[in-house]
Write a protein of this length. Structure first.
Length: 258
């Protein structure tokens, strides 16, 4: 399917690895020029090289997207983008009683305020052009809380509420905002969480990964490429009537009829 977005420009944050990289790759395949970001320069440069090899223009900006300075540098390179995919690393696992104010604030800053500030920066330009697409990478924890990820459950719920209202305000201008909710995907983040669980239970991370895959209706983890394909579709010209939705990509792990 031609996604109809060849020649458009996208900003994808936290995109050197995992799900962000999957989204950038799928957008590149659709002919979209990219601004990508991550903190580590080496993996970012490697991702940029892979994307350029697909025939699109790529600007890579290294920096922490959860900081004011990081966002300013990225946004300076991304002026006038047609598409925004927000992403950042997820909060650490832990126990509700152990977190202090600084932990809550860091999670809110990274996984709620950062995507909100990025949207505030690019939405006026999209509204001015009468076309735009925003996809926020959030988490299955929005629909079904993951007990050890209380910080993620909290911050992403706040972002989801903001998007629910704001998406209806910008829709009249041809701009859509939707959230993609990953379940278990095979990325570095999943490996880190599996290792934390393995250490607590005295098993190996590979065993934990196999258990998670084995209890999923698909009997496997999702891939960044599958995730990216859905992201690119939401950014396409065909997705203009999809507004304010929270789309769960979890292989059916959330056992619910609706
Ligand atoms: P990942 O494989 O660990 O990749 C994270 C990417 O984000 C890397 O490119 C990383 O590069 C970059 N990054 C992290 N923090 C950043 C920051 N502060 N500023 C700029 N770039 C940053 O993670 P993932 O699995 O793709 O997860 C992406 C998001 O989806 C996370 O918020 C995660 O919590 C959420 N999620 C993932 C899953 C899953 O199963 N994978 C499930 C539910 C939710 P640098 O480290 O070099 O900055």
């Amino acid at each position: 399917m031609d996604l109809g977005i060849r020649g458009k420009r996208a900003l994808v944050t936290a995109a050197s690895k995992g799900l962000g990289r999957g989204c950038a790759m799928a957008l590149a395949e659709a002919g979209v020029d990219l601004v990508i970001n991550a903190r580590g320069g080496e993996a970012l440069a490697a991702a940029a090289a892979d994307l350029r090899a697909m025939g699109v223009q790529v600007t890579a900006v290294a920096g922490d997207i959860t900081t004011e300075a990081g966002r300013a540098a990225v946004l300076a390179a991304a002026e006038g983008v047609d598409i925004l995919v927000t992403n950042a690393g997820g909060p650490p696992p832990g126990l509700w009683s152990q977190w202090a104010r600084a932990d809550f604030q860091a999670a809110i800053e990274a996984n709620m305020l950062t995507p909100i500030f990025l949207m505030q920066a690019v939405l006026p330009g999209m509204i001015g052009k009468g076309w735009g697409r925003v996809v926020n990478i959030t988490s299955q924890s929005v629909k079904s809380p993951v007990p050890v990820l209380g910080l993620s459950n909290m911050a992403r719920a706040g972002l989801t509420g903001f998007v629910g209202g704001t998406s209806r305000q910008v829709a009249p201008h041809g701009v859509t905002i939707n959230n993609l909710l990953p379940g278990n995907h095979a990325t570095d983040r999943a490996t880190m969480l599996n290792s934390a669980e393995a250490a607590k239970r005295g098993v190996t991370a590979a065993q934990v990964a196999a258990e998670h895959a084995g209890t999923n209706p698909t009997r496997r983890a999702g891939t960044p490429a599958e995730f990216g394909a859905m992201c690119a579709f939401l950014c396409s010209t065909h997705a203009g009537f999809i507004v304010g939705q929270n789309i769960l990509l979890d292989g059916g792990a959330g056992n619910a009829t609706l």
